[in-house]
Design a protein around this ligand. Structure first.
Ligand code: 13P
Length: 247
């Protein structure tokens, strides 16, 4: 049984005050949920959120660098994220790939470092509209999955969460339909089975992301291969995010 995991990716939103106000509310509203709830907040808010002494809501970051320390201006290490109270870290988000030119090789180094340090990576994969139209969706996500997970050990793989986020569905209000997303996620799981084995691949939680809202989340969560959601815009507001968590 894979425990559903619903994560909010706040991207570059919320000051410390705004972040603590919302997480305080969320912690009360979802206290009894059987779903694992994660907030991936900006770096600046993480230690303040951790200081709230959260019981239910878990914390994640949105990126990290693979080196332990050194002259890497502007970067954040795995140890720093653990120190700030993180359990998860989003890696390879399409915005990092597209805007900041991160490639599979760099993302793989980050995945390996996160796991070595004891952080759980949320590895994002997904195709562009052009790739979808060219019929390349499965090929693209399988390649991103295989390269992103290179060198991960059988002992580590159950710690990894994968998020399938079709790029054309992010922030656009367009979504993949449940069946389609299920099929792509099945291909991702198959890629993990080829890297490891079907039993280990069966333990990996794979989320759908891209314009998930209270009104469409059930369509995804009802699918047998989909184990959760990675939510952008609708995670910024407690009412919407709770509506998603209580699908
Ligand atoms: P939206 O939910 O705003 O489409 O964002 C999805 C996303 O990128 C989450 O990582």
């Amino acid at each position: 049984m894979r425990t559903p995991i619903i994560a909010g990716n706040w991207k570059m939103h919320k000051t410390i005050g705004e972040a603590t106000e919302m997480v305080r509310k969320l912690e009360e509203l979802v206290a009894d949920s059987s779903v694992e709830v994660v907030i991936c907040a900006p770096f600046t808010s993480l230690s303040s959120l951790s200081a709230l002494g959260l019981n239910k809501v878990k914390l994640g970051a949105q990126n990290m660098f693979f080196a332990d320390q050194g002259a890497y201006t502007g970067e954040i290490s795995a140890a720093m994220l653990l120190d700030a109270g993180c359990e998860y870290v989003i890696l390879g988000h399409s915005e990092r790939r597209e805007i900041f030119k991160e490639d599979d090789e760099l993302i793989n180094k980050k995945v390996l470092k996160a796991l070595e340090a004891g952080l759980k990576p949320i590895l994002c994969v997904g195709e562009t509209l052009k790739q979808r139209k060219a019929g390349e969706t499965e090929k693209v996500v399988v390649e991103q999955t295989t390269k992103g997970l290179a060198g991960v050990s059988p002992e580590q793989i159950s710690q990894v969460v994968i998020a399938y986020e079709p790029i054309w569905a992010i922030g656009t209000g367009e979504t993949s339909d449940g069946n389609d997303a299920n099929q792509v996620i099945a291909a991702i799981r198959q890629a993990a089975a080829e890297l490891f084995n079907p039993e280990l691949a069966g333990q990996v939680r794979i989320q759908y992301g891209g314009s998930v809202k209270p009104g469409n989340v059930k369509e995804f969560m009802d699918q047998p291969e989909i184990d959760g959601a990675l939510v952008g815009g609708a995670s910024l507001n407690a009412e919407d995010f709770v509506g998603i968590i209580n699908y």
